[in-house]
Design a protein around this ligand. Sequence first.
Ligand SMILES: [Zn+2]
Length: 49
Amino acid sequence: MRVKVRIRCKQCGERFVLRGKREKGRIETGFKQCLCSNENDFEIEEDHL
Ligand SMILES: [Zn+2]
């Protein structure tokens, strides 16, 4: 299932919009970390395409 994912960094407020896919209950986007090196502290919203 293809999804659009909105990610907001809770540390610096940077936003990202990515295409990804949902697999086995998790979302695969290839997103690794924010520009500020934050890797874990995000708000994630998912839109179904
Ligand atoms: Zn950040």
